[in-house]
Design a binder for this molecule. Structure first.
Ligand SMILES: [Zn+2]
Length: 242
């Protein structure tokens, strides 16, 4: 891995909690890395509010998951777990990362979610991407605005704008999620609250199968984009055949 200060990302996934990315767009990051793109993950919290494990456990597990996902850079900020706020200081903290990594594409969680941290990160992340392009926001780094934001919508009840085929990567994605042993290995703590390990495989594969079906592949990850697409050549529009 290059020194953290020198790494530049093509695709940066920003998420509230360690293991969010593994669940919602880990297969996509694997696919992009396989295409030769430089991928990165910014987690916004350390995971101190989790029922299982400690923040230190999660930090170790997140690095192992990053290795499995083939990402070139992963760090966590220290926003309060369960109480992320869309505050100026938080936007600026993300701007510093955006200006350092200079991603072309940013992946954010979808803006409607059961967990309030997820929906706040959709707005907070968007605003940070915008501010990052403004010279007047002084962080000592050069301004940089990502070209595109896409929203990972796996847990939202919304029709995706597009799906990425993760069929060749789903087993590796599952291994990355299982790197969070403190969360997902079968154990007594939170036993009544958490789905057992075998159930996680079944559920995550079923979800990926559902989105794959929408796009005519075996396993997929769904995304929503807000902007209307601009088309140059109708024969190159990326749709499956009717
Ligand atoms: Zn989360």
């Amino acid at each position: 891995m290059p020194a953290p200060d020198e790494f530049r990302a093509d695709v940066l996934a920003i998420a509230a909690h360690r293991d969010d990315v593994e669940q919602t767009c880990g297969g996509t990051l694997l696919r992009m890395a396989a295409r030769g793109l430089r991928t990165a993950i910014l987690d916004l919290t350390q995971g101190e509010a989790g029922t299982r494990g400690t923040a230190a456990d999660r930090a170790r597990e997140a690095q192992e998951a990053a290795r499995i996902l083939g990402v070139g850079w992963r760090q966590a900020l220290d926003f309060p777990d369960g109480a992320i706020a869309n505050a100026l200081e938080n936007r600026v903290a993300i701007v510093r990362v955006l200006r350092r990594l200079r991603p072309r594409v940013v992946v954010l969680p979808y803006w409607q979610a059961r967990h309030p941290d997820h929906s706040i990160v959709a707005t907070l992340g968007y605003e940070a991407c915008f501010l990052s392009g403004l010279k007047k926001i002084d962080t000592k780094g050069d301004p940089h605005r990502p070209f595109k934001i896409v929203y990972a919508s796996l847990y939202a009840d919304v029709r995706p704008t597009f799906v990425i085929d993760i069929t060749p990567f789903i087993e590796v994605r599952h291994r990355a999620l299982m790197a969070y042993k403190s969360q997902y290995a079968n154990q007594t703590a939170g036993g009544g609250l958490f789905v057992p390990e075998e159930g996680i495989r079944e559920r995550t594969f079923a979800e990926a199968g559902h989105y794959g079906l929408l796009a005519g592949v075996r396993y997929g990850e769904p995304f929503v984009q807000k902007e209307v697409g601009l088309v140059d050549d109708l024969t190159l529009v990326p749709v499956q055949s009717i």
